[in-house]
Write a protein that binds this ligand. Sequence first.
Ligand code: NAD
Ligand code: USQ
Length: 382
Amino acid sequence: MKILIAGGDGFCGWPTALYFSERGHDVGILDNMIRRDWDEELGTQSLTPISSIEERIQAWKEVSGKHITLFRGDLQDFDFVHSVFESFRPETVVHYGEQRSAPYSMIDRQHAVFTQVNNVVGNLNVLFAMKELVPDCHLIKLGTMGEYGTPNIDIEEGYIKIEHNGRSDVLPYPKQPFSFYHLSKVHDSHNIMFACKSWGIRATDLNQGVVYGLWTEETKRDERLYNRIDYDGVFGTALNRFCIQAAVGHELTVYGKGGQTRAFLDIRDTLQCVELAAENPADRGEFRVFNQFTEQFSVLELAERVQRVAAEMGLQANIAHLENPRVEKEEHYYHAVHTKLLDLGLKPHLLSDGMIQELIEVATKYRDRVNFNVIAPTATWR
Ligand code: NAD
Ligand code: USQ
C-alpha cells in the first residue's frame, strides 16, 4: 500500500510511519516540523532526545534497509499539498498533522485562531487534493473522543438513532467539545462528512482517546529512532505526565476533584487501530466513525495508580488537587461505545503496572532534561 502519513514527525505519526514501513508498505511522511517550533515557543522539549527527521529516516534505512520518502511542507499550502499528492499518489492517507493541544488552543485569541485555521484549512486541502488527484484514496483522519464532551447518556460511535415527533433518523452524535482545539476536530468531521457525501470520498474518522506510552517495537531499535514524549503543562497528557512527575519528584497534578473521566489507549494500539482501518477501508462515499480507545479512567484513578506503582519502586509521589484551569465537569456519567475496532480484530494492550513502571524508569533516565518551570498548567479556559 502507498501510504502517506501527514504529521509523520509527531508522537503518533513517527511510530506509525515505521510500523507501516516495517510491514512492507511504501511510506511517505508529510510534515512541516512545526511541533518542534512549539517546543521552542514554550521553552520545553521532549523528555526523550529526538533526532531530526532527516536523521530519523536515515537511521531507519540503516536499521531496516527500508526507505521512507519525506515531504517537508505545510498542509495549509495547497500548492505543496497538490504536488505531494501528484507525485506520491497515495492509496491511503493517515492524517495526524494538526495542532493537537487543547491548552495551546486556549492560550489567547491568536492561538485559538491559529489552531482552527491550521487544522481546518489543512484538512480541507487534503480533501481537495484527494478529490482532484486520487479520488479512490482512503482518508484515515485522527479525530478525538473530546468531540462528544461528557453527555449524561451513552456515547455512540459517531451516529445516534433519534425518534422525534413520531419519525426517526440516524444522525451525527451531538457534539459538545472541550476546547477550541476540540472544536477544530468537529469542524473537520463535518467537512469530511460533506466531502464523502458530495464527492464520494472514502473516509474513516478515528475519534481517539488520550494516548499513553512511548515505545513501539520499531522506535526501540535505535536511539536515533526514539519517539517524542511530552510532559509540559501545554502538550503533556494526563497519564504520561503523572508517570514523569512521579519520576522527577514533582507532585501529581490532578486538576480539581479528578473525577473527569476520559477514554485512553496505549500508543501500540493507536498503530493497530490505524492498520485495521487501512486494511478495511471505507466504501466510496462512506463517512465511518470509530471510537478509538480501549479503557476509560478518571484522572484521580490514574494518579492513584501511578502513586501506588511509584511507591513499589521506592518513590513517594504526592497527589495535588490543583485549581482546575479548564472549564469541565469534574464528576459526571461517562460511558462510550467502542466495539467497531474490536470487531475488526483489535487486541488491546490494557494499562498495566508494568507500563507505568517502564514510563517512570524512562523518565528517571532522562530526568535531567525535565524543566520544572513548564510542568504547571498555564493556559486557562476562563
Ligand atoms: P503531535 O503534535 O506530536 O504531531 C502532530 C504533527 O503534525 C507534528 O509533527 C506537526 O509538526 C505536524 N503538523 C501540524 N500542523 C501541520 C501542518 N499545517 N502541516 C504539516 N504538518 C503539521 O501530535 P500527536 O500526539 O502525534 O497527535 C496526532 C493526531 O492525533 C492529532 O491530530 C491529534 O489531534 C490526534 N490525537 C492525539 C491524541 C494524543 O493523546 N496524542 C489523542 C487523540 C487524538
Ligand atoms: N488533566 C489533569 N492533570 C493534568 C493533565 C490533564 O487533571 O496534568 C485532566 C484534564 O483536566 C482533562 C483530562 O485530564 O480532564 C485529559 O487532559 P489531557 O491533557 O490528558 O488530554 P486532552 O486535553 O483531552 O487532550 C489529549 C490530546 C488531544 C486529544 C485528546 C483526546 O492532547 O490531542 O484529542 O487527548 S480526548 O481527551 O479524548 O479528547
